[in-house]
Design a protein around this ligand. Sequence first.
Ligand SMILES: [Zn+2]
Length: 331
Amino acid sequence: MAEYAASADAAAADLPHNGAVEPTASLPPSARLHLGLDLGGTNVKAAVLAGEGPDLQVLETLHAPTSRDGSRAVVEGMIELGRQAIARTGPVATIGVGVPGVYERETGIVRFLTNVPGDWDGVQVGGPIGRALGAPVDMVNDARAFALAESRLGAGRDADTMVGVTLGTGMGGGIVIAGRLHEGLAGSAGEIGHVVVDPAGPPCGCGSNGCAEAYVSARAFAESAGRDDPGEVFVAAAAGDRDALAAVDRFAGYLGLALGSVVVTLAPDRIVVGGGVAQAGELLFGPLRAAVRARVRNLVPVDRIAIVPAELGPNAGAIGAALRGLDALPS
Ligand SMILES: [Zn+2]
């Protein structure tokens, strides 16, 4: 590990990095470091965490474009970004890898990824990364990683039961109960984007039809208002455009329908909404709270559910992946 720190220094010097926090004097020299790698269709992101419990801090974040040259090149790119992160911070005790799809946790093999170029069925991801970077690897779904990160360091702090949803190309989700990710069978708990909101709706890639994802993806939302991207819809809605306001209401209605099903199942005290649309603020969150309330008001104490925007921004997935590695350490 030490040789990476020496040799990768020069390469790491001019990498784009953001949100990095200078190591503080309070960090004990014995604090273990934890690397998270988040594989996305556009970028690979890395985060290094230090410490544990209330002293946990984000030491470094880095990102690089996802290779377009197939799965092997993508994994090589993740290894390289990991090396550069380690060069900046020092050797890591654990590595967590977040992937946007289905994987086998025991073997580190990927089965199916959404929106990442290349053929992924059966590709070894965890093994090569662990061997190259010299630390044990654990895997996690990227939306689960988002939820874990927000629960520990973001908008879900101090929640008892937190549901996280992230809205973008699709709709991902994760459930954190008493600080621990609720995984269910094969890590599949939290697929909130596939709660059915219209049994007569369009077919979904998951094999069902009328899934929430088809109604609340960034593209579906923009198209429903005749705009190119969600930001335009919110700008128009803020200016009082009636079509845009109606599109926001429909969007909030479908999202509220999916979240209402989750609320009556889990009765969470916090729902954290991430992704680009979460930046719309009250323009979205007002109608969304009303939509959830309309579904569940007689069943759960809806006034005690905080529905709030995510806080950690685009690095949440990498931070959550690092937490996955940290959590896998025997305590
Ligand atoms: Zn579906």
